[in-house]
Design a binder for this molecule. Structure first.
Ligand SMILES: [Zn+2]
Ligand SMILES: [Zn+2]
Length: 309
């Protein structure tokens, strides 16, 4: 039976931090094994596909679906999304989404779990989630998905998907596929994902007054399949597309659009016309050299913009 939101545990212990830490540092170090395998274009594509699919698992699943509920899908495909995201080895889906919701609630205040302006680049990039105090999460932050037992199981056992994925790679392509498809791709995937917590709160342009340090950055958007439009996202985070205009490349959104044509996902939430018009007005004013955008002060307005769910 599914628990009601009133009966869920207040704090969920996210066990296996030691296993996670060992695997984490192992993957970081084993990227050097790339020196032991001669480069071939086949291996390049193995790494590329491994990066691409699992990046979508983070952006389309962990972020846009589980953290922000920006579209709907079936219970079966919901589990598939959670599994693909889990393969990225960035901890469990409920853990990830709960902490991310806190990031939006408190961004760039003292309560923000990974603010580069408050705690520095490396802390916001990757050191924060290695700390013991963040092994746990508050279930009340994510009652809409915590109620599913299969998600709670996958979240508790978040090592199952990456481990079985690495075994699959080894079985199919041996050591070379394991090195390129797992060690190299997971290393790059991790650091690319974390740039959204670090670099995209430092470098880029500001369109909206989101009351934090979030930026729009084309290069990070390419690297992360669309997540680099972070200022757009912080201003209106329930939108399924983070690139708000046709020229803001957002590959995650394109994939979700294609999935929606086949009825696999539906109810894709778009930004309201007034948000898009405000963006155009601000872009135009900026182009004409007018003072349209207030300084992006990291003071917090917790009533900011947008519903998280
Ligand atoms: Zn952010
Ligand atoms: Zn977000």
């Amino acid at each position: 039976m599914e628990p009601s939101t009133a009966t869920i545990e207040p704090i969920v212990k996210h066990k296996a931090p030691k296993l996670f830490l060992i695997l984490f540092f192992l993957i970081q170090a084993t990227v050097l094994t790339v020196l032991t395998v001669p480069f071939t274009w086949e291996l390049f594509w193995v790494a590329f596909v491994s990066y691409f699919v699992r990046m979508f698992g983070i952006t389309g699943a962990y972020h846009r679906y589980f953290s922000h509920s920006s579209f709907k899908t079936s219970r079966v495909f919901q589990f598939v999304l959670a599994w693909i995201g889990s393969m990225a080895m960035q901890k469990g889906v409920l853990w990830w989404a709960a902490h991310h919701r806190n990031h939006h609630k408190y961004s760039d205040t003292d309560k923000d779990i990974h603010s580069p302006s408050k705690k520095g680049f490396w802390y916001s990039h990757m050191l924060w989630f290695l700390r013991n105090e963040y092994n746990d999460y508050e279930a009340k932050l994510i009652p809409d998905f915590y109620k599913y037992p299969e998600l709670r199981w996958l979240d508790r056992n978040h090592w199952v998907a990456p481990l079985s994925y690495s075994i699959f790679l080894y079985a199919v392509g041996g050591w070379a596929w394991l090195v390129y498809g797992y060690a190299v791709a997971t290393f790059l995937l991790g650091h690319a994902t974390w740039t959204i917590n670090s670099l995209s709160h430092v470098y880029g342009s500001v369109r909206y007054d989101s009351r934090d340090t979030s930026k729009n950055n084309f290069f990070l958007a390419i690297l992360t399949l669309g997540e680099g439009w972070h200022n757009n996202h912080h201003y209106y985070c329930s939108s399924v597309n983070q690139g708000f205009y046709w020229y803001e490349v957002d590959i995650t959104y394109y994939i979700l659009r294609v999935l929606s044509w086949f009825g696999i996902v539906w109810d894709l939430k778009k930004p309201p016309v007034k948000v898009l018009e405000e963006g155009r007005r601000r872009d135009l004013a900026k182009k004409m050299g007018m003072e349209a955008i207030k300084p992006n002060l990291p003071k917090k307005n917790t009533t900011k913009s947008v519903a998280l769910t």
